[in-house]
Design a protein around this ligand. Structure first.
Ligand code: SAM
Length: 329
């Protein structure tokens, strides 16, 4: 398999341009996938630069291990980025120059029917990104109570027909395959809305199976603590729930989007967003790669403690330069 048939990286140049400010720094790619962003990132690093690259999917790890056999600057780690604070070697803590997250699933995962991510192909209702996870989509559709299932479809899929669909799923139990679930949804949703509803229902189940929002919140908080001053977060999201969490965290340091004030009434901001307007893919990129259609990129820079309650526009350059010399061990 070629690297681009595994997955075409989305907003690649934009992401790496925001991310890399120090070619000798230590970086994390939390969503290695086919390694498309990682290759480009490594291309911007010096011999001293380092990359910790994670994925929870063993197929991605196997593919990337082969792709990067001759690359001494990368260390590939299998695991959930939500736990990057425990997956990274202890000695590195607080020394990261940047963290990249390209959320969601890879084209390879969607294209493999046995992973169960696509309603267009028959496969088991699995949807786990990594085989270490216990919950599967079949577990959710067959075991959750009506209210829990309905709320999950509504909250994670933003599906307005969630009550009807949840009821139909419960009546059709047990469901084992993606096409069985597709047929149940099709039985209660008019044809002209069907594909959009199916996409929302599959998205909701995938988010729940993989605890995607919980893991995103965790990586933002833990990752922020690991960045050096002026270290950067770059996140590419594919739906509004993820985008909102990033937007609020980058602006306010919390997920609710509430301004926080210190004792003197100054706003405390742990990060400074680098792009006021969200960045989307160009028409050309979308034509070449339709998956880029829903991508949104946000980047932010960590503020030093002093700068964070000082309107965030002054940072100690020398301290940043010193901290940015991320080590490798
Ligand atoms: C959109 S793809 C990344 C593609 C990659 N940037 C490239 O250029 O090939 C997302 C990848 O992140 C992985 N992933 C998603 N959530 C994860 C998490 N919480 N922890 C670790 N890996 C995750 C998926 O398994 C998938 O391989």
């Amino acid at each position: 398999m070629t690297h681009t048939s595994y997955h075409k990286p989305v907003l690649r140049d934009e992401a790496i341009q925001f991310l890399v400010t120090n070619s000798h720094g230590t970086y994390v790619d939390g969503t290695l996938g086919g390694g498309g962003h990682a290759v480009h990132l490594l291309g911007k690093l010096s011999e001293k630069g380092r990359l910790f690259a994670m994925d929870q999917d063993e197929e991605a790890i196997a593919h990337a291990t082969e792709r990067f056999t001759d690359e001494p600057r990368i260390k590939i780690i299998r695991g959930n980025f939500g736990y990057l604070d425990v997956l990274l070697p202890r000695e590195l803590h607080g020394k990261l120059a940047g963290i990249l997250l390209d959320l969601g699933v890879s084209s390879h995962q969607i294209d493999e029917p046995e992973r169960g991510f696509s309603f267009q192909k028959e496969g088991p209702l699995d949807m786990r990104m990594g085989s270490l996870q216990v919950t599967t989509a079949a577990g959710i559709v067959n075991e959750y109570e009506y209210e829990t299932l309905r709320d999950l479809l509504f909250e994670y899929g933003e599906e307005r027909q969630s009550s009807r669909i949840a009821r139909a799923i419960i009546e059709a139990r047990p469901l084992q395959t993606t096409t069985e679930l597709r047929d149940v949804v099709a039985s209660v949703v008019p044809e002209r809305f069907r594909n959009k509803s199916l996409a929302r229902i599959f998205q909701a189940l995938r988010i729940a199976v993989n605890s995607e929002l919980g893991m995103l919140k965790r990586v933002l908080e833990k990752g922020h603590a690991l960045l050096c001053d002026q270290g950067r977060f770059v996140v590419i999201t594919y739906h509004s729930l993820e985008d909102r969490l990033c937007k609020n965290f980058f602006r306010y340091g919390n997920f609710e989007g509430k301004p926080v004030k210190d004792f003197y009434g100054n706003e405390v901001r742990p990060m400074r967003p680098l792009n006021k307007k969200v960045i989307s893919a160009s028409v050309d990129e979308i034509t070449n790669n339709p998956r880029a259609r829903s991508a949104k990129l946000r980047a932010a820079e960590k503020l030093s403690e002093r700068a964070s309650s000082d309107r965030g526009d002054r940072v100690d350059e020398d301290e940043n330069r010193r901290n940015n010399l991320g080590g490798w061990s």
